[in-house]
Design a protein around this ligand. Structure first.
Ligand code: GLV
Length: 390
């Protein structure tokens, strides 16, 4: 591959370098993948308003997310099995994020453990948690996140049951991969990945194996979620989490205005408008389509962030224009990681930052706080923007 200029280049490279079952795990949506596709398509459909003759000499993409200074309002989303896209993937991504001045969120379902990432980085990171039946294990995870100096807890609300992803079933997703003939033949086509994996001890769920009761060999994400995730999750449980944690709380997976109001009442610092990257409720609206209604419902009583479909700085700008104060990227950074490890995540962040900076300039804005609906074509000038975004 020649010079890398955009996230799509990183995606193509990752597809060549990461074993199929892990590339597919990251790159799929549930069932027909209609929501997964809508996340990107609806962002692409938004048009920007070109402005000229504005003084662009002093520009900055710097901002804050929950009071934390960020070089741009983009955080790395919690993604499961990140350490299977590349050996020690969570450590590498956390380092790239810290170097770039953006937050990294470690998933409960990570390969590198909370302690692994804390030992390998100096910048505090955020920790993502699922509501699980085993409250002792949850309390222990929260305690471990505190001990590791994590600066926010992100509770995922939209995955009590797992949306079916056909490819994971067809590929026999497991970590580490089962040594079947077909898997071994395929892995032989991914020598760089294999070498990396042979040089690290981290090949299964680091936060869970050896910590949760009765879990020693955790191969299947779907078995774990079916057995462990708490179907009774309700808003009172969020109070319990908050009591255990006592720090900044972010609620992820809100797609409805009514739920967003409940999130405000919970006292959380931020909510993430999210359909889990189209991996849960297939048929749900795209995140960007759901965003304006949620912003309208909660105003500035809570920070509203958005994830789903962001593959460029232009996408970040569009989310901010429709009222998000921050964004999360998942697949975009995973592609970078799978393509080139830490350097690939760094490149992903640099691509998005540059795109955001240049696109802000072309829209005639120089600071993140200036971005609002005025940068959208059709909104400010009176002609029509797609009704999905009004
Ligand atoms: C886990 O969060 C997943 O979407 O697979």
């Amino acid at each position: 591959m020649g010079i890398i200029t955009c996230i799509e280049d990183l995606r193509r490279l990752a597809q060549r370098r990461v074993p199929r079952m892990f590339y597919d795990y990251a790159d799929s949506g549930s069932w027909t993948e209609s929501t997964y596709r809508a996340n990107q398509l609806d962002l692409q459909a938004i048009r920007l308003r070109q402005r000229v003759a504005v003084d662009l000499s002093r520009r900055s993409t710097a901002s804050e997310m929950i009071g934390q200074p960020v070089s741009m309002p983009v955080a790395l989303a919690p993604t499961g099995l990140t350490g299977m896209q590349h050996a020690d993937g969570e450590i590498l991504a956390a380092r790239a994020a810290a170097a770039h001045g953006v937050p990294f969120t470690l998933s409960t379902m990570s390969i590198c453990s909370i302690e692994d990432v804390a030992a390998a980085t100096r910048q505090p990171f955020w920790f993502q948690l699922y509501m699980m039946r085993d409250r002792d294990f949850m309390a222990d995870l929260i305690r471990r996140a505190k001990a590791a100096g994590c600066s926010a807890l992100m509770l995922t609300l939209d995955l009590q049951v797992l949306g079916q992803r056909h490819k994971d079933l067809k590929n026999g997703l497991s970590t580490p991969p089962r040594p079947t003939l077909a898997n071994l033949l395929h892995l032989a086509t991914r020598p760089g990945w294999c070498l990396g994996m042979l040089s690290t001890p981290r090949r299964t769920f680091g936060n869970i194996v050896g910590h949760a009761q009765n879990v020693s060999d955790l191969r299947s994400l779907s078995v774990w979620t079916a057995e462990q995730f708490d179907l009774t999750l309700n808003w009172r449980d969020i109070e319990w989490v908050q009591q255990q944690w006592g720090g900044k709380l972010i609620l992820k997976g809100i797609l409805d205005a009514e739920d967003a109001r409940r999130a405000v009442d919970s006292g959380a610092e931020a909510l993430v408008v999210s359909n889990h990257g189209g991996r849960q409720l297939d048929g749900a609206p795209s995140s960007i389509a759901a965003l304006p209604g949620i912003v309208q419902a909660v105003g500035d009583r809570i920070e509203v962030w958005m994830d789903g479909g962001i593959r460029s700085g232009q996408d970040v700008l569009k989310a901010l224009a429709l009222g998000a104060r921050g964004t999360l990227i998942g697949r975009s950074f995973l592609y970078g990681l799978g393509a080139m490890g830490e350097a690939g995540v760094a490149q992903c962040l640099e691509i998005i930052r540059k795109e955001l900076d240049t696109t802000m300039a072309l829209c005639g804005v120089t600071q993140i706080e200036q971005i609002d609906r005025n940068v959208l074509w059709g909104d400010a000038s009176g002609s029509s923007t797609s009704s999905a975004f009004s």
